[in-house]
Design a protein around this ligand. Structure first.
Ligand code: SAH
Length: 248
């Protein structure tokens, strides 16, 4: 079997598999449900000091990863006809969201470049067709934690990785909503009880309660998601044939 193939290019190969070698993703890795190759970008350096970066053109602080070094590392790691998307972790990138994660998980894998310093020379982004991906509006010191986040999110969706199929579909973002609150035994904890409906055994009421709770949380915490969700629901209603019409 082939499975999802991840190749990570980094200056710190010892950071991988790191947390991905443990728990759900680690078991899946051991089972061969996905594979991970790690390439040290420094191996693509050719001078005596094995330097990979240089000072920014135009001046300013920090260092920039050289286009020729990153390109050489990429060309060694993936042939030109490799069908996998080439990603560059970058705070300027496309925000990593669940729909993108799902698309990646449905594909053959990913080649992921982790930046360091001030980032990489712009020319290699264009020259090697890299898609920039961001894990959020904050700045990390390197792309490695971002790559770990992306791969963790992808791997849990791969076939055979999660036990129950529904534990992938009911979660936050899958329906465009944040998830409803969870409870488990004990029934009473520090004088707080589990909401009565959840122990009623009435599956219809439980589903309604969960949907309402998910909607309330989303409206309160994520007005951006809530607006999208309502727009989608309005569109669904317009497209659906009206019940009352079909009767007359
Ligand atoms: N000078 C850059 C930040 C460089 S941070 C800027 O202002 O945009 C160094 C590296 O960390 C980046 O090249 C990138 O690979 C990674 N990185 C930092 N923040 C990230 C984020 N939010 N998402 C993905 N990668 C990030």
């Amino acid at each position: 079997m082939t499975g999802f193939r991840a190749t990570v290019l980094t200056l710190y190969p010892e950071m991988f598999p790191g947390p991905l070698g443990i728990a759900l993703s680690g078991k899946a890795l051991a089972k061969g449900l996905w594979s991970l190759d790690v390439a040290d970008i420094r191996d693509a350096a050719e001078d005596r000091h094995r330097s990979v970066d240089d000072t920014p053109a135009g001046g300013g602080p920090g260092m920039v990863m050289r286009a020729d070094i990153v390109a050489r590392a990429l060309d060694r790691a993936a042939a030109p006809d490799d069908p996998r998307p080439r990603l560059l972790m970058s705070p300027r990138g496309r925000p990593l969201r669940q729909d993108f994660v799902r698309d990646l998980a449905a594909g053959p894998g990913a080649v992921i470049v982790c930046g360091r310093f001030e980032g990489v020379d712009e020319r290699v982004i264009e020259g090697r067709g890299l898609t920039e991906v961001s894990v959020g509006d904050y700045v990390l010191s390197g792309g490695e934690p971002a790559a770990l986040v992306l791969l963790d999110a992808v791997v849990r969706l791969l076939p055979g990785v999660m036990g129950k199929t529904e534990s992938g579909t009911e979660e936050s973002f899958e329906a465009g909503l944040l998830e409803y609150p969870h409870y488990t035994r004990p029934q009473v904890w520090e004088e707080q009880t589990i909401p009565e409906v959840l122990t009623s055994g009435d599956h219809g009421r439980i589903a309604r309660w969960r949907r309402e709770a998910a909607e309330r949380l989303t409206a309160e915490r994520r007005p951006d998601l809530w607006t999208d969700y309502q727009a989608r629901r309005r569109a669904d209603e317009t497209n659906r044939p009206r019940r009352s019409r079909s009767r007359d």
